[in-house]
Design a protein around this ligand. Structure first.
Ligand code: CP
Ligand code: NVA
Length: 312
């Protein structure tokens, strides 16, 4: 049997897959691509990229599709129920076959393990477009947005208020890579797993990672207040329960008064105004939040360039 297991690591499944230096290179490239969106219009000429989605998406899917088009390539979006990874056929066959057609596989699914498995059998880069555990593309783009506002990243404090979910996990790793402190305020049983703190400490032992159930404590001296939905995709049945538990974890004017005077508020979107963020605070920071969403396009392109590189 031919062993198709990949040896080189050119995937982005977790932010732990990249170094601080690689992050810096991706952020620099994002800046260049944002300034000149069509500068690399033949990078993916005659190439295709597979985009597999097992969950809904606006920003991630559209920004990847538009970005691949701007590179002169063809995005092939596949809804998970068309291929049913692990049900219609196994991950091994899907990875091996898709690698014969496309230059990269971007996948949004439930289990992080499924993406890891797929990468083992793919000879092209595999990109995590969100799993239950992580959302690395989102956070790379967010770090770029923060840098646009503050010109630098090291030493800034980010406060994440809300559910200790995939976005929170990736923020922990992203802040470690960027040398930023992070404080996470979540209800007791909804804090992120300590596992991510351990990885963050390995990436950067100097960085502060704080968990608290007190949002005001988290917001203190923060330059960035960040939130995400209280009920993630796949947790819809818990909506009613969660809305009660998370009520004290809204980013609103009062909470904002604990942050730095020049603090910005970010939200990965989709947002539920009146829940995790007040409508007033959303409106005040909507320009920053939409800029954050726009940057997904530029960062996505930089990620693809960095991973595919000369293999395209
Ligand atoms: N922020 C984000 O990933 O949005 P979508 O779920 O719409 O892709
Ligand atoms: N935590 C959210 C992020 C959406 C971009 C979810 O997984 O649904």
């Amino acid at each position: 049997m031919i062993d198709m297991t990949k040896t080189k690591n050119n995937n982005l499944i977790s932010l732990a897959d990249i170094s601080s230096n690689t992050l810096k290179q991706i952020l620099d490239l994002t800046e260049k691509l944002k300034a000149k969106p069509f500068a690399k219009s033949s990078f993916l000429k005659n190439k295709s990229i597979a985009l597999i989605f097992a969950k809904p998406s606006l920003r991630t899917r559209v920004s990847f599709e538009v970005g691949i088009n701007q590179f002169g390539g063809k995005p092939i979006t596949i809804k998970m129920d068309e291929i049913s990874v692990g049900i219609r056929e196994n991950v091994e066959d899907i990875g091996n076959v898709l690698s014969k057609y496309v230059s990269a596989i971007v996948i949004r699914t439930f289990e992080q393990k499924q993406i890891e498995e797929l990468s083992k059998f793919s000879s092209v880069p595999v990109v995590n477009a969100l799993s239950n555990d992580e959302h690395p593309c989102q956070i790379i783009s967010d770090l770029f947005t923060i840098k646009e506002f503050f010109k630098t990243l090291p030493g800034l404090k980010l406060a994440y208020i809300g559910d200790g979910n995939n976005v929170a996990n990736s923020l922990i790793l992203g802040c470690a890579l960027a040398n930023m402190d992070i404080s996470i305020a979540s209800p007791k049983n909804y804090l992120p797993s300590k596992h991510y703190v351990e990885i963050a400490k390995k990436i950067n032992p100097k960085v502060k990672v704080e968990f608290t159930s007190n949002p005001k404590l988290a917001a203190k001296n923060a330059s960035v207040l960040y939130t995400d939905v209280w009920t993630s995709m796949g947790q819809e049945k818990e909506f009613k329960k969660r809305i009660k538990i998370f009520k004290p974890y809204q980013i609103n004017d009062e909470l904002l008064s604990y942050a730095n005077k020049k603090a910005i508020v970010l939200h990965c979107l989709p947002a539920h105004k009146g829940q995790e963020i007040s409508a007033k605070v959303f409106d005040r920071f909507s320009e920053a939040i939409y800029q954050q969403a726009e940057n997904r396009l530029h960062a996505q392109k930089a990620i693809l360039m960095k991973l595919i590189g000369t293999h395209a």
